[in-house]
Design a protein around this ligand. Structure first.
Ligand SMILES: Cc1cc2nc3c(=O)[nH]c(=O)nc-3n(C[C@H](O)[C@H](O)[C@H](O)COP(=O)(O)OP(=O)(O)OC[C@H]3O[C@@H](n4cnc5c(N)ncnc54)[C@H](O)[C@@H]3O)c2cc1C
Length: 576
């Protein structure tokens, strides 16, 4: 079932013409989780919405997170109960609206001795958590997506699963559940597509160059089509600047003096090609304290989570960042320092710098920290600014999401403000109960069953991946004549998945295809044979020259090991 017909270029041309010729209620800048949710929320409320993203949908910070849907347990230590409840609600919302793209993630927290880190203290914390999150599974019909109660694990059970953990004083572990985002860029795409289904006009590779301001009011933005190098104005009653960590830079570029000054942290998570446990994540203590913890059970934790059946994600390492968001880089010494921190926390891993297959990094709104502080205070709330209130500038709202998990709520808040300005009143948000594109399913197991019946020749891994990536829309990539031989060299990805990405999912570069639509490379760099096969296929689908094919390949290779936001990309990706 494909909704957009005709070639990608034609549909893009139509969308760009709409952006240039129509007048919108709301123009959303950015295509990360915050922007996608804002555009979707506003469209569902019947507002006429445009969205422009300078790179690919979800290519910014949102693609590079640690992939955890936070359920709020961390905020128990801070005694921040509203934040705990909020986080729990947001985890539930994503499990409900995007059930194919989210799953449970059990996390083991080791216990020690008889004091604050003991089993009984953790068991008591779990009992409080149970009470505070009693309604966490409301509206979740797929039992596999519900969040079970936390439980305790014995010392021997824990060591069987993680034999390398430090053993001194170890008494076992408590296991609580978060959610895991199985494919963050596809999740963002599914929300953008849901917004488009609800009437929004969205385009990737369209950069907002500057705001258009008349008589103290923002009435849209000047936009550049990065693929075609055309410039045009997008007119809107309200502009929602949801460009994440780039948002304030963009305002400065528009020569708007705004009061807000948001400090940023550079967060990093690495991927190693080793599996510690197939299902269970583990938390290990670092040497750094959490200055905001009211009930501290020791130092801050590092988390190690299973990824794609073969890898482990390890995060998060943070440091104060004061440079330009467009110049973010992670250096080898920074990764080496993080590897040393990991080895100190989990000596059994004996990790080496060469083991690091990929580095995910991005910028986040931060807490207030003195220069050089080691025990860092993290940001606590998303940033929402109504510039009419703060700067006397009408028609402009800025939003930056503190967590991927909080992106939907941020979208709701900025839409409330935008709708208030357009209509003078606020209607109810429906994004916590409306399925995203592909999310209208009874259960993932039911989708897998249908897929197996339609294409019995597909392997279990192919079935599970296709069900998860496309949900209800699986038949967009698997036809009745599907052959197991129609795969991309060196992988089990179907050629039809790549063709669908290019013609119906707005993939315009090889990086879009390899890193985001097919997720061939979120664990490590795909083999040269696979990359070359993908490049040949995309080149033939989009009519690329040999020079363009070579430069696209080079861009994918350059993403490793640092797979951070592609902010350093040359501004144009057009065929030379
Ligand atoms: C290492 C790391 C680990 C993390 N782990 C987690 C986690 O486990 N769980 C969790 O909930 N959160 C996590 N986060 C936080 C989460 O990823 C972010 O809070 C969230 O993705 C921010 O979303 P956003 O939409 O505000 O920003 P982004 O995703 O950065 O989106 C902003 C978009 O705006 C675009 N843009 C910029 N300038 C322009 C312009 N001029 N015109 C048009 N578009 C523009 C950018 O290209 C970008 O795509 C983590 C973050 C990092 C860095």
């Amino acid at each position: 079932m494909t909704r957009e017909t005709g070639s990608a270029q034609t549909s893009r041309a139509t969308r760009l013409a709409s952006l240039a010729n129509e007048t919108f209620d709301v123009l959303v800048l950015g295509g990360g989780i915050g922007a996608a949710c804002a555009a979707w929320d506003a469209s569902l409320r019947g507002l006429k919405v445009a969205l422009v993203e300078r790179l690919d949908f979800g290519a910014g910070t949102s693609a590079h997170s640690f992939k955890v849907l936070h359920g709020g347990i961390r905020y128990l230590q801070h005694l921040d109960l509203p934040r705990l409840r909020e986080s729990c609600h947001e985890r539930g919302s994503f499990l409900r609206i995007a059930p194919h793209l989210m799953q449970q993630l059990p996390v083991a927290v080791p216990t020690f001795g008889y004091g604050i880190q003991s089993r009984w203290v953790l068991a008591s914390a779990f009992a409080v958590l149970e009470l505070l999150t009693f309604d966490r599974n409301r509206g979740l019909s797929d039992r596999a997506r519900t969040i079970p109660a936390p439980y305790l694990l014995s010392r021997s059970e824990l060591l069987q699963r993680f034999p390398g953990l430090p053993r001194e004083g170890l008494t076992g572990a408590g296991v609580f559940y978060d959610g895991q985002i199985r494919n963050p860029p596809r999740a963002v795409l599914a929300i953008v597509q849901a917004a488009m289904d609800a009437g929004a006009v969205a385009a990737n590779y369209c950069e907002a160059d500057r705001l258009i301001v008349r008589n103290g009011a923002v009435c849209g933005a000047e936009v550049r089509d990065v693929l075609g190098n055309e410039r045009f104005a997008v007119r809107a009653a309200v502009t929602v600047n949801a460009a994440g960590p780039y948002a304030l830079d963009f305002l400065r570029r528009s020569e708007q003096s705004v009061r807000a000054n948001v400090p940023f942290s550079r967060d990093m998570a690495i991927v190693i090609p080793r599996q510690l446990d197939p299902e269970l994540a583990v938390a290990v203590q670092t040497r750094y304290a959490d200055p905001d913890a009211v009930l501290s059970r020791g130092n801050r934790h590092l988390f190690m989570a299973p990824w794609r059946n073969r890898y482990t994600l390890i995060g998060v390492n943070s440091r104060v960042y004061t440079g330009s968001p467009y110049e973010l880089k992670v250096t080898e010494p920074e990764v080496a320092e993080f590897v040393a921190e990991i080895n100190e926390a989990y000596p059994g891993l004996q990790l080496k710098l060469e083991d690091v297959a990929a580095v995910n990094a991005g910028l986040l709104p931060f807490g207030e920290n003195a220069q050089g502080a080691k025990d860092l205070s993290f940001g606590k709330r998303s940033v929402v600014i109504d510039h009419a209130q703060s700067d006397g500038l009408q028609g402009l709202v800025t939003g930056m999401s503190i967590r991927w998990t909080m992106g939907r709520l941020l979208g709701r808040h900025v839409t409330d403000l935008a709708e208030g300005k357009v209509r003078g009143g606020v209607s109810a948000s429906r994004t916590d109960r409306t399925p995203v594109r592909g999310g209208d399913i009874v259960s993932l197991a039911a989708v897998e069953k249908d897929l197996r019946a339609a294409a019995p020749q597909l392997s279990t891994t192919q079935v599970s991946r296709i069900a998860s990536n496309y949900g209800a829309d699986w038949n967009a990539v698997v036809g009745p004549q599907q052959s197991e031989r129609q795969v991309i060299v060196g992988s089990d990805y179907l050629i039809s998945e790549l063709q669908h990405a290019v013609h119906h999912e707005y993939a315009a570069t090889l990086t879009d295809v390899v890193l985001r639509r097919l997720d061939l490379g979120s664990g490590e760099r795909p083999s040269e044979a696979t990359l070359a096969a993908c490049a040949d296929l995309v080149a033939s689908e989009l009519g690329w020259s040999a020079t363009r094919r070579a430069s696209e390949l080079q861009r994918v290779r350059a993403s490793y090991p640092f797979a951070g936001p592609e902010s350093q990309y040359p501004v144009s990706v057009a065929d030379p």
